[in-house]
Design a protein around this ligand. Sequence first.
Ligand code: GLN
Length: 489
Amino acid sequence: MGLNERPLHELIGLLEGGEASIEEVIQDLYSALEEKETSIRAYLELADQEELLAQAKANAGKPLRGLPIAVKDNISTVGFRTTCGSRFLERFRPIYDATAIARLKAAGATILGKTNMDEFAMGSSCENSAFFPTRNSHDLERVPGGSSGGSAAAVAAHEALAALGSDTGGSIRQPAALCGVVGLKPTYGLVSRYGLVAFASSLDQIGPITKDVQDAALLLSLISGWDPQDSTSLDNGNVDYTRGLGEGILGFRIGLPREYLAEGLSEEALARVEEWKAIFTELGAELREISLPHTEYAIPTYYLIASAEASANLARFDGVRYTMRANDETLEGLYSESRDRGFGPEVKRRIMLGTYALAAGYYEEWYGKAQRVRRLIKEDFDRAFQEVELIIGPTSPTPAFKLGERIADPLQMYLSDVYTVPASLAGLPAISIPGGEVEGLPFGLQLIGPHLGEGRLLRAAYAFERAFKPARPRAPGGPRARRRSRTGP
Ligand code: GLN
């Protein structure tokens, strides 16, 4: 097994004990990149291997020991472009690091590269990237999910050790599920948004995409915490989420919302859910059926609020700032030409939807109503968490779909988010972890926790992961094994 296939926490141990060198880790990563990147296309920009190695060596004494991390291309990173997967920002080079990046660097991380994404994080398949689609290493004809598709695909194909993504309505969890890796969306406000290019500011969160739960806990511990640069940032007292991971979940009450097992789930997917229940029961938890009655309104509510906020946030891309500039004689022409050339069709669709929802005569009817329904969705969770410690369900109704399959039908694409947007609207932490296979492809288990419940969320995810080890991800284009092996707790 190459060193690039190992999680960060193992590599830290190997580097500490002198059993591996950072040269070897970086060499193994670049060998994997050379072998697979032409078919996966997870990256928009990669670090130069020699430069990366020099930087990594300079960080040998720090906790992360120079280990490289991949970063979604909507997170500002000095030394790389930050394009957001958009023509508009094709040449944009930020002059400062996002807080999450600055914190990772302070802990001794280096940056391996910037990963592909749906333009401005709008999408669920990576096909909305203005540059090229990324492919899923489990089946190259399929999407890696989105919008953090490049980050998830890179971690799954072992072209990265770990990555950062961003999640507004599922963009960390859904690609993690479709690629068979771990993806954590923190409580809204737990990770600073400073330096994250804004899509929908009341929903956006940065979070880790990793090979296992322990790495998710490690990276979250490093990037979370109060930041004076983000007015919505929370103070969690710098919790170390890797502590207490192994304490188990004896006596936990776990809720399974009946609305999450509704239409769209295949027999095979339902069989996975039954297995999850059995494993949690074996681990000493008590499963309960619960109800989140406003779930059916989550998609329309999310697409109204996210588009409204996007239309306001994207107004700054006017052709005067941020590199894209169309030649035109009039100021209005400059604005409209630049935006017409710089934005792709999905971004334009959201800007139009959002502008409409915010228009004077319609504000109450659309945006105002969506805000009220958002509160009802949050109250559903508040009630549920009086009764249970955690909520589980599938991350996404189906495994990875084929490239091109949903791109012509935006509503079909939006439905991929049915299980991820409710926690986003409620601001709650949620994690997707590998939960076996459906149709021979990875199928994700989502766990949702209460406000700032990351500790218990990670503990439960860790217990499940140890009790249930799905078959190792297959090599790209390799045979579609249906095997699933379980090791005892
Ligand atoms: N797929 C959702 C959307 O297109 C979520 C995106 C995200 O979380 N950034 O808006």
